[in-house]
Design a protein around this ligand. Structure first.
Ligand code: ADP
Ligand code: MG
Length: 384
């Protein structure tokens, strides 16, 4: 939607012009899965798909929010009062961010808000983090909180953990807040240090959402976290970040089979992230393919978070691309999306293979997104 169209919508809803736009991207993780909450390394990339929040500060303490993605429903609540969950499922994401900012002692201001987004929801591109980061960026701007992008990301994560009750790590919000156009971001989740890694100009990111109906995701996700924490405890280390294969093998007798397998994934995945960062810098497709394939196999056999539909999609796309591309599952698993890295001229191979084979094998439709790496959170002020 163009800026003019958005302004017209805003004016018709609120009878006034917006003063600015907070704009944050969805993301895809190239490699480093389930390593963030183990204080390890991840290599995500912010996308051109974005969530925009148009805003106008109000004189009172009321937040009124509409979303063009949910036109039949809006939410309204008062900052300064204690913030509790409301009747709108999506409205709670706005409340969650206000809640954690207030809990930290920040004084917020009322605002009229209009959300517009082209980030696909529930497809593994983290539309929730894009929304949280844009909302936190908006509050930061209108209430003059002087938060940096890392703090904005941490508030977004707290909102998701403590109000929306999803125990995600920091990756999604940090890449949405700090992403750089044309770059992936190597994140050290132990100290949140980031380093931008240029994505070679001729490399395309193709994401395929399996549309597999996800079940038991939260309970399985939380169980994996517990397995990792138990493995670290038995190895006498704070987190699996401090583990090595030698330590793991020495501790094998004390670990359950699952704890051993989960830890094996995390230790090997951290090594793969560092190697993949170098491969990306060198535009080394052979190394990327080997690393992404090894990551997928580890997620399948050791972390056990793939399903036949995502394993099948990876097979279909890898077979189509052969030595011309690198493929793996991406995101929280149990369905969700896969990611392919390939040259622009080979994108059609992926499209054709998915359209020909995926529905035939799994009776599901695969949504294909050809993406570029967009920038992180931006705040734009508008003049009337
Ligand atoms: P994902 O983050 O993988 O896209 P989630 O289930 O974590 O999936 O987050 C999706 C939820 O985020 C939606 O159900 C909705 O509540 C909220 N959301 C995301 N984008 C928007 C939007 N543009 N407008 C309103 N709510 C949104
Ligand atoms: Mg989410």
């Amino acid at each position: 939607m163009t800026l003019n169209q958005l302004q017209t919508h805003f004016l018709s809803l609120f009878g006034t012009h917006a003063q600015g736009i907070a704009d944050a991207p969805g993301r895809v993780n190239l490699i480093g899965e389930f390593t963030d909450y183990n204080n390890g390394f991840v290599l995500p990339c912010s996308l051109g798909f974005r969530t925009q929040v148009m805003f106008k500060q109000r004189d009172d303490n009321v937040i009124t929010v509409h979303s063009l993605n949910y036109p039949s429903e809006h939410d309204s609540f008062t900052v300064h009062d204690e913030i509790v969950a409301g009747p709108s499922q999506w409205g709670n994401y706005i409340r969650s961010v206000a809640f954690v900012l207030q809990r930290a002692g920040h004084t917020l201001k009322g605002a009229d808000l209009l959300i517009s987004s082209d980030v696909p929801q529930g497809s593994g591109l983290s539309s929730s983090a894009a929304l949280e980061v844009a909302i936190a960026g908006m509050f930061n701007h209108i209430a003059g909180l002087a938060l940096n992008n890392e703090q904005i990301a941490l508030f977004g994560q707290q909102a998701e953990n403590d109000f929306m009750h999803c125990q995600c790590g920091i990756m999604d919000q940090l890449i949405s807040a700090k992403g750089e156009s044309g770059h992936a971001l190597l994140i050290d989740c132990q100290n949140l240090a980031t380093s931008a890694v240029k994505i070679p100009d001729d490399l395309n990111i193709v994401i395929v959402n399996s549309n597999y109906p996800r079940k038991l995701v939260d309970s399985e996700y939380n169980q994996r976290r517990i397995d990792c924490e138990q493995a670290a405890k038995k190895m006498n280390i704070a987190t699996l970040r401090d583990a090595t294969m030698t330590k793991l093998i020495n501790a094998k007798d004390t670990l359950t089979v699952n704890e051993y397998k989960r830890a094996h994934h995390v230790i090997s995945e951290n090594e793969r992230v560092i190697a993949a960062t170098n491969a990306l810098k060198n535009n080394d497709m052979d190394a990327l393919r080997e690393l992404m394939s090894a990551s997928h196999q580890s997620l399948k056999h050791n972390f056990e978070v793939t399903v036949p539909a995502t394993d099948g999609l990876v097979e279909i796309c890898q077979e189509a691309l052969a030595d011309r591309g690198a493929v793996r599952m991406t995101g929280g698993g149990f369905g969700g999306a896969i990611v392919c890295l390939c040259r622009a001229q080979d994108v059609a191979l992926v499209q054709e293979a998915v359209n020909t084979h995926y529905h035939a094998r799994f009776n599901l439709h695969g949504d294909i997104y050809v993406c570029t790496a967009g920038s992180g959170l931006t705040i734009t002020t508008l003049t009337d």
